[in-house]
Design a protein around this ligand. Structure first.
Ligand SMILES: Cc1cc2nc3c(=O)[nH]c(=O)nc-3n(C[C@H](O)[C@H](O)[C@H](O)COP(=O)(O)OP(=O)(O)OC[C@H]3O[C@@H](n4cnc5c(N)ncnc54)[C@H](O)[C@@H]3O)c2cc1C
Length: 383
């Protein structure tokens, strides 16, 4: 059975997130974009509303809601500012592997305190030389008695400079490629951790992105998630869940671009009529709406499969690839509809275009999504 009607509980969740987005995020989004500053106060308010821990089961103090329900709130938050949304979202990216694969002891030690006190987390996979091919990572974890010695530098880490908890991927043996990778849970207070200055980015400038260096950091063996050699598989499973959450961010951002472009098209007069009266402009608006609706439905499908416990790697990749490309196209068209005004900092559409670009790059690039989709197609099709 396929249904598109949301329950009263889902509508209430969406409404709560929409109010937060409009009242708390939107008024300061332009300022944080301009200054490239991280809104710690908004993160704390987001924590109070439960937006940092939606997937953490209730028994550990989290929201205990599903992935589709989380996507409903995510669209609203991202509609106000994608950089702030991503900063909220990344804690879920880091916590999800613990929720899914952590031992009872790890859940009690890491999830419970995270829910009890305002805390941020980071997911540390990428490195300077290693992005799309994480199996060739260089950060090492060397087992020495009852602890791992962690050495290396992670790059592009969202919340890198503000997180209290890191989920770090490292190799125990580079020859083993992905089979040598482990994931370790680290409080930021462990000696030997340093982070770089915030990276001066093109877009999503409210998010804090830094390098994080680990030098001889002693990580107790009990902080190893899901056994040796399992780290890579677990990291990838987490991405199947979180890619739809990034894709729905693209939907929220694009929705805002469409709303602004539609308003502007109704006000701007050229050739004696609002430009919205010109069919070429109407068709651009219509194409934007088509893309946004299609992307949202792809996300809902990927998220509801995940909620049912069905493997959704292909559907998650399809939703991420489509939504990211759609957001880039929709925001570019929004700038087009604004004409010269769109190319200035006087109007917010140029920000949306800058914010959209990186969605095609992070959480698996547009090309890597197509690799996953194609591999799945080829595996499923008999020769
Ligand atoms: C703002 C921002 C925030 C980020 N946050 C995080 C974070 O919190 N945690 C984290 O771990 N990482 C994070 N990242 C890193 C991000 O996931 C990587 O940038 C991404 O995986 C791409 O890696 P790369 O930049 O090294 O590009 P590369 O892997 O060097 O790729 C460069 C280009 O080559 C293409 N390419 C590579 N391999 C192939 C192939 N086999 N076939 C076809 N094309 C290919 C890519 O698609 C891309 O277009 C973030 C990045 C940014 C910019």
């Amino acid at each position: 059975m396929i249904g598109f009607n949301l329950t009263p509980e889902q509508l209430a969740l969406r409404e709560k997130a929409g109010r937060f987005a409009k009242e708390i995020i939107l008024p300061v989004a332009a300022k944080h974009d301009r200054d490239g500053t991280f809104p710690l106060d908004i993160m704390e308010k987001a924590y109070e509303q439960g937006f940092l821990t939606p997937l953490v089961p209730k028994e550990y103090g989290g929201g205990g809601i599903g992935i589709l329900d989380t996507c409903l709130t995510s669209e609203e938050l991202a509609a106000a500012d994608m950089g702030i949304y991503v900063s909220i979202f990344v804690s879920t990216l880091a916590l999800y592997p613990i929720i899914k694969f952590g031992s009872e002891d790890q859940k009690s030690r890491f999830l419970k305190p995270f829910c009890q006190k305002f805390t941020l987390a980071s997911y540390c996979l990428s490195e300077y030389h290693v992005g799309s091919d994480p199996a060739s990572m260089q950060t090492t974890a060397t087992l020495e008695g009852d602890h791992y010695l962690l050495n290396g530098t992670k790059m592009w880490i969202t919340n890198g400079g503000v997180a209290n908890l890191y989920l770090v991927f490292a190799t125990t043996d580079r020859q083993k490629k992905h089979k040598g990778i482990v994931s370790l849970i680290l409080p930021a207070s462990f000696p030997g951790i340093r982070h770089g200055e915030p990276i001066d980015k093109m877009g999503q400038r409210a998010s804090n992105t830094t390098a994080v260096t680990f030098k001889n950091v002693r990580v107790p063996k009990e902080n190893l998630l899901a056994g040796e050699g399992e780290g890579f598989k677990k990291a990838m499973v987490a991405l199947d869940i979180t890619r739809p959450m990034i894709a729905i961010g693209a939907v929220g951002l694009a929705r805002t671009a469409l709303e602004l472009a539609t308003q502007y098209a109704k006000q701007r007069i050229q050739f004696g009529v609002p430009i919205a009266n010109h069919q070429a402009v109407q068709f651009m608006l219509a194409d934007m709406a088509i893309g946004i609706d299609a992307a949202r439905l792809l996300v809902w499908r990927a998220a509801s499969l995940a909620d049912q416990g069905v493997r959704n790697s292909k559907e998650a990749a399809i939703s991420k690839a489509f939504a990211a490309d759609m957001a880039m196209r929709v925001t570019t068209d929004a700038v087009q509809i604004y004409g010269g005004m769109g190319y200035t900092k006087w109007h917010p559409v140029e920000k949306l275009m800058r914010d959209a670009k990186v969605i095609q790059i992070y959480e698996g690039s547009a090309q890597i999504m197509r690799r996953i989709i194609a591999r799945s197609l080829l595996e499923q099709t008999p020769s």
